[in-house]
Design a protein around this ligand. Structure first.
Ligand SMILES: *Cc1c(COP(=O)(O)O)cnc(C)c1O
Length: 372
């Protein structure tokens, strides 16, 4: 079992084998294994409660949740959407695949979310929405974004894929903007193997998303929208119900691991570490990242850790606007903060089972390299 020794950036949480097997047994009686079955409904309810949101629609994955959430607002084709380039490429693709144009706004250098002071200058008569990202679970300036959205009548759809379970002043993170999107991919703080959800306030959007994720079919004979197939199946829903029971414990364990990293690295004058000083936020400790002095140092540490079978990730490098598929279309835009951080950042392994000694080993390798 060679893989046992390799330390990846994350490790999928799984319930006890027996627990899961027991939970899926009834599926062999009902033979209802997808199409918004009993467990789909149960998980929607459980997640609505856990995330403290009034409305939630489960999806097959986070990406389709983003696509469906954007489609639900029926923006005219060719409209512009202001978003961040410092994200997983899914955010950008979801905008483009809806026939909309991403307009990249730079990030702030403090928590790497969209720079709210640079949004207004990008607004044109074609702008219809803002799609910010709570990157690494760092929350966006939701108040300022709402203010801008009201002023210009824009919709706000948050990519909250990194922010599962977070709260601002006790308010679930999925309550901000017009909709928020979560991913329940295996690599995330909470997983349904693959899965995702959209949260929102307005029940009409629930109906709309229900259609969109099922080919646009409304009732048996009416095909109301050009939908997709983005339904979460019952096996995944059950995985979610099992994993949800342990998510708080996992977040506490992540916090301990996060603090061990911090105890070694925070004081280093050569490294920038996450700023966790907002007292009103419940964080999910999904990611621990370091910003190094320059690209060369980041790459050296990346390679050195890999030599020790430790696999950190260069999240997010390249930034979305520099992805090869865009063929340098955005090479001249001003997203210099994002580009700069992207060259210097490394996301380190972090998951509940990660051994404390491993964290110590990782930190020592890093500290040795930055001081060398
Ligand atoms: C994971 C992720 C997605 C996509 O979610 P999937 O469930 O993998 O489809 C989108 N945006 C961000 C920021 C993510 O981290």
């Amino acid at each position: 079992m060679q893989n046992d020794e390799k330390i990846f950036v994350t490790k999928a949480s799984m319930p006890d084998y027996e627990e899961y097997i027991e939970m899926i047994k009834p599926l062999w009686d009902s033979h209802i294994i997808t199409n918004m079955g009993k467990y789909h409904q149960k998980l929607e309810l459980a997640l609505r409660q856990y995330l403290c949101v009034p409305e939630l629609s489960l999806m097959v994955n986070g990406h389709m949740a983003l696509e469906m959430a954007i489609q639900a607002f029926d923006f005219p084709k060719g409209s512009e959407v202001i978003t961040t380039p410092f994200t997983f490429i899914s955010t950008t693709h979801a905008i483009i695949r809806n026939g909309l144009k991403p307009v990249f706004c730079d990030i702030n250098p403090v928590n790497f979310t969209i720079d709210v002071d640079k949004i207004e200058e990008l607004i044109t008569e074609k702008t219809v929405a803002i799609v910010p990202v709570h990157v690494y679970g760092n929350v966006c300036d939701v108040e300022k974004i709402q203010e801008i959205a009201y002023k210009y009548s824009l919709k706000v759809i948050y990519d909250a894929c990194h922010a599962f379970g977070e709260t601002i002043n006790g308010n679930g993170i999925g309550n901000f903007g017009d909709a928020s999107v979560f991913s329940f991919h295996a690599t995330k703080v909470f997983n349904t193997i693959e899965g995702g959800a959209v949260t929102f306030k307005n029940h009409e959007i629930y109906e709309k998303l229900f259609n969109l994720k099922n080919f646009g079919i409304h009732g048996e004979e009416l095909i109301q929208d050009v939908g997709a197939n983005a339904k979460l199946n019952e096996f995944c829903a059950i995985m979610g119900l099992c994993n949800l029971k342990k998510v708080d414990e996992n977040i506490s364990l992540r916090k301990c691991k996060f603090e061990i990293y911090d105890s070694f690295l925070r004081e280093s004058y050569h490294i920038e570490t996450p700023m966790m000083n907002e007292l009103n936020i419940r964080h999910n400790y999904g990611y621990y990242y370091c910003i190094f002095k320059n690209n060369e140092e980041r790459n050296t540490i990346y390679e050195t850790l890999r030599e020790h079978e430790i696999y950190p990730r260069k999240y997010f490098y390249p930034i979305a606007s520099d992805a090869a598929c865009f063929k340098q279309k955005y090479k001249d835009i001003d997203v210099n903060v994002a580009r700069n951080i992207s060259l210097r950042i490394l996301v380190l392994p972090l998951y509940p089972e990660l051994a404390d000694e491993k964290i110590e080993q990782i930190c020592k390798i890093i500290l040795k390299t930055v001081k060398a």
